[in-house]
Design a protein around this ligand. Structure first.
Ligand SMILES: *Cc1c(COP(=O)(O)O)cnc(C)c1O
Length: 372
C-alpha cells in the first residue's frame, strides 16, 4: 500500500461540480481581477478568523510583505522572527529592506521562544513575526505582552494555521496583522497561489487595499507605491466553496493525529520517537503537518526507509534560516539557536491529510516499527 504525504484529489472530486459551475460563471463574465467574488470571500474569511476585515492578496508571502509595507518598515528597522519557519517569513523582511533578527524556538511546539524574542529586542526593533508552525499557535499571551511593553508591531504568520486557536482566539486575530496562504498544500488551498491579510483594527484595511493595487485610491491616482498583490476571482470563488468544509477537515486531521498516537503507543514506539507536542497553554491545533522527532541521528535513514516502502514523508525544515547561505551576511553561526538546530536534524512529517485512512496510518507505523 502506498501512502502519499498529501492527496488533494479526494477533496477535489467531492466539490468538482460546484467548482466547475462557479469557474464557468466567472469565465463567462470575463471579470477575473478583484470584484464581487473576492469581496465575498474576504467577508467570509474575516468572519471565520473573527476579525473586522481582510484583504485578499496574491500569496502568503505577499501577505507578509504588504503588512510590513503598510507600516513603512524598511531599511534600518529590525524585525524579530523564528529561525525555524518557511523561508517566506524571513524573505518578506529582507524584501522590504529591513533586517531580520533570528530567535530560537520552544522545544515542544517548535514556535518562537518568547524569552529569546525578548532577549533579541534592540532600540531598532519595530516588529515581531510569530509563526504558528504546523497549525499550532505560538505562545501569543507572552508574545503580545512583550510586544506591548516594547511597543512593537505584531504580524502573525498564520500561513499554516487557518482556524487554529490560542486560548479561544483565532490565529490572525491577535496581532496587528495576520498573514494567510492558500497554497494548495495548506489546510485551505486554492487552485494556484493566493493569500490574505487579516487586521484586528479595521482602520488598517484601506491602506492594505490601496497597496495591493499599486497604491491606487482612484483610477490612476496613486497614494503610495504598492504593487500588484491582487487576489483573482477564480481563486476567491474556489476558496468560498471550500471554506464551509474547513472545520470538518481540521477535525479529521485532529482525529488522525489521535489515531497515530494510539498506534505508536500500541507499537511501543513512544520511547523511541517524539510525537508532536501540544502546548502547555490551551490551543486548537489544526495539524497542517504532523511532525515527529527521530533522535540518534537516524532521521534521514528512516526517511529513506519509508520512501522505499512508498510512504510519503518530508522534512520541514532541514536548515534553520540563520544558517542559510543567503543570510550569511547577517553573521548567523551554528550554536546561535541550539533548539532549532537540533530539531531541524530530527524532524520528519508524516501523512496527516483529512482523507487518509486508518489502514494507511497503520502501514506508516508498521514501517517505522520495522525500521527500529
Ligand atoms: C506557506 C507559507 C508561507 C508563504 O505562503 P505562499 O502562499 O506560498 O507564498 C509563509 N509562511 C509560512 C509559515 C508558510 O507555511
Amino acid at each position: 500500500m502506498s501512502v502519499p504525504l498529501l492527496d488533494l484529489t479526494a477533496q477535489y472530486r467531492a466539490l468538482k461540480p460546484q467548482m466547475m459551475k462557479e469557474i464557468e460563471e466567472i469565465c463567462d463574465s470575463q471579470r477575473f481581477i478583484l470584484g464581487p467574488k473576492v469581496e465575498k470571500f474576504e467577508a467570509e474569511a474575516a468572519a471565520y478568523c473573527r476579525v473586522p476585515g481582510a484583504c485578499g492578496v496574491t500569496s502568503g508571502s505577499d501577505a507578509l510583505i504588504i503588512s510590513l509595507m503598510a507600516e513603512n518598515i524598511g531599511p534600518g528597522d529590525e524585525v524579530i522572527t523564528t529561525t525555524f519557519t518557511f523561508f517566506a517569513t524571513v524573505g518578506a523582511i529582507v524584501r522590504v529592506g529591513a533586517t531580520p533578527v533570528f530567535a530560537d524556538i520552544d522545544p515542544v511546539t517548535f514556535n518562537l521562544d518568547p524569552a529569546d524574542f525578548e532577549a533579541k529586542i534592540t532600540p531598532r526593533t519595530r516588529a515581531v513575526i510569530p509563526v504558528h508552525l504546523f497549525g499550532q499557535c505560538a505562545d501569543m499571551g507572552r508574545i503580545l505582552e512583550i510586544a506591548r511593553k516594547h511597543r512593537l508591531l505584531v504580524i502573525e504568520d498564520a500561513c499554516q494555521a487557518i482556524g487554529a486557536e490560542y486560548d479561544g482566539r483565532r490565529a490572525g486575530s491577535m496581532g496587528d496583522y495576520g498573514a494567510f496562504s492558500f497554497f494548495p498544500s495548506k489546510n485551505l488551498g486554492c487552485f494556484g497561489d493566493g493569500g490574505l491579510v487579516t487586521v484586528r483594527d479595521a482602520a488598517r484595511l484601506p491602506k492594505l487595499k490601496n497597496l495591493r493595487n499599486h497604491g491606487q485610491s482612484g483610477t490612476y491616482v496613486h497614494d503610495y507605491v504598492g504593487g500588484n498583490f491582487r487576489l483573482d476571482a477564480l481563486q476567491a470563488a474556489v476558496l468560498s466553496i471550500k471554506l464551509p468544509f474547513l472545520d470538518e477537515w481540521s477535525s479529521r486531521r485532529q482525529h488522525n493525529a489521535a489515531e497515530y498516537e494510539q498506534l505508536f503507543r500500541d507499537a511501543g514506539l513512544l520511547d523511541t520517537i517524539t510525537l508532536p507536542g501540544l502546548a502547555p497553554y490551551p490551543v486548537r491545533h489544526i495539524y497542517n503537518q504532523y511532525s515527529i522527532l527521530v533522535p540518534g541521528g537516524r532521521r534521514d535513514e528512516l526517511k529513506a526507509h519509508l520512501a522505499e516502502r512508498g510512504i510519503g514523508c518530508a522534512i520541514y525544515y532541514p536548515i534553520p534560516l540563520h544558517l542559510q547561505k543567503c543570510f550569511a551576511g547577517l553573521g548567523g553561526k551554528p550554536g546561535d539557536c541550539p533548539v532549532a538546530e537540533r530539531v531541524s536534524g530530527e524532524i520528519l512529517a508524516l501523512p496527516i491529510y483529512p482523507e487518509s485512512t486508518t489502514e494507511q496510518r497503520a502501514e506508516v507505523v508498521r514501517a517505522i516499527r520495522e525500521f527500529f
